[in-house]
Design a protein around this ligand. Structure first.
Ligand SMILES: Cc1ncc(COP(=O)(O)O)c(C=O)c1O
Length: 382
């Protein structure tokens, strides 16, 4: 368990809202809905720096403080979605800059990035995270400005060695950004491993209740590029609403408990499905059979997340039919909520998807694990 200011992350999370209201002592902060803030007699903002809600809001400042502490970051910024946060970072690049990204990554960001690079004349090269030396070959010394990795990566859960990637990026004069949505700040701390930026779709585990769309970027150093990200948020305007920030804070109070349960259940399900007759392969970094298991053991602490995929012994339609037969797993996209979800990923990603047609993605929630296993078995056997 990592320590923040002498306190464990569990304590930090459980008391994530415990900033006593200075007026009434309420142990949960109110939601500050104001868009604008009165100045004092010297015409200074009454609370330092807070004058207009598009730049700073007291409710999301609390959430950002908790997130920065969790990641050991110099600062954290919330956005109106995960993609808005990623876009803010990529918008700090200039035409002619070179970026590197994985072949397998969250498909929405992959599609956006392709278009962005074309429009903004940013060069991009992709690497296969499962091939030794592929990242090193994709990086161009002196040209590459940003290396983006996702670990574990949707939906095959490829694992990238963050410390090694940071070394390669820095050696070429580039920065490393890590999409750590699936690992959460509890299982992996990318900034401690040398990354410059860590990114989460807070829509997933951080909020955990499938009722908020949000994103967060955190930085190891408060430098020029981080100030450029801050500028993008303030003037691009992709801010998180105060109510959503409050819900996110409330969700984060139980992150450690939800993650622990999801990791335990996912491991039990993965082991069980490995020997199921209709499953040809289980992709879960916690299994010794996963190609990224060795690195995952080194850089993930406390579990391997609640995300896995299974390859069904059957074609696309037969595989998709399995996802329609579950009664506990909900057939829906997204991940990291308290409820378990099942998804036929190739259908969701569309015709250009590189995902195998017999792949089902599972997001394991916090229900009773015996119910989850029985549900999957009856759907596979059906
Ligand atoms: C790994 C990962 N990164 C980024 C995103 C995008 O986040 P959002 O949907 O909050 O914009 C997602 C969404 O599914 C994701 O799974």
């Amino acid at each position: 368990m990592s320590k923040n200011n002498g306190l464990s992350t569990d304590t930090l999370l459980a008391q994530a809202m415990h900033y006593l209201d200075p007026v009434d002592g309420g142990i949960v902060p109110g939601v500050q809905m104001a868009t604008t803030y009165a100045r004092d007699l010297d015409y200074e903002p009454r609370a330092p720096g807070i004058s207009y809600g598009r730049d700073k809001n007291p409710t999301y400042l609390i959430a950002e403080r908790v997130l920065a502490e969790l990641e050991g970051a110099a600062g954290a910024l919330l956005f109106s979605s995960g993609l808005a946060g990623a876009a803010a970072l990529f918008h700090t690049l200039k035409p002619g800059d070179h970026v590197v990204a994985p072949v397998i990554m969250y498909h929405g960001l992959r599609d956006w990035l392709m278009q962005f690079c074309e429009t903004w004349k940013v060069d991009i090269d992709y690497f296969d995270a499962t091939v030794d030396g592929a990242l090193e070959s994709a990086i161009k010394a002196g040209c590459t400005r940003l290396v983006w990795i996702e670990t574990p990566a949707n939906p095959t859960w490829d694992v990238t060695d963050i410390a090694a990637a940071a070394k390669l990026a820095h050696g070429a004069g580039a920065r490393l950004a890590v999409d750590s949505t699936v690992a959460t700040p509890l299982l992996t701390r990318p900034l401690e491993l040398g990354a410059d930026f860590v990114f989460h779709s807070a829509t997933k585990y951080l909020n955990g209740h499938s009722d908020v769309i949000a994103g967060v970027l955190a930085a190891r150093k408060d430098d020029e590029q981080w100030q450029a990200v801050r500028f993008q948020r303030a003037f691009g305007g992709a801010i998180l609403g105060p109510m959503e920030a409050w819900l996110l804070l409330r969700g984060m109070r139980t992150l450690h408990l939800r993650i622990q349960r999801a990791c335990e259940s996912a491991m039990a399900i993965a082991r069980r499905l490995e020997s199921h007759g209709r499953v040809s392969r289980v992709l879960y970094p916690g299994l010794e059979s996963h190609p990224g298991h060795g690195i995952a053991r080194r850089q993930m602490q406390g579990g391997f997340s609640g995300m896995m995929s299974i390859l069904v012994d059957g074609d696309g339609p037969a595989t998709r039919a399995v996802a329609t037969r579950t009664r506990v797993f909900v057939p829906a996209t997204s991940l990291g909520g308290v409820e378990s979800l099942i998804e036929h990923r190739a259908t969701v990603e569309g015709p250009n998807s590189p995902v195998a047609p017999n792949l089902l993605r599972l997001s394991v929630g916090i229900e009773n694990v015996a119910d989850l296993i029985a549900d999957l078995e009856q759907a596979l056997d059906g």
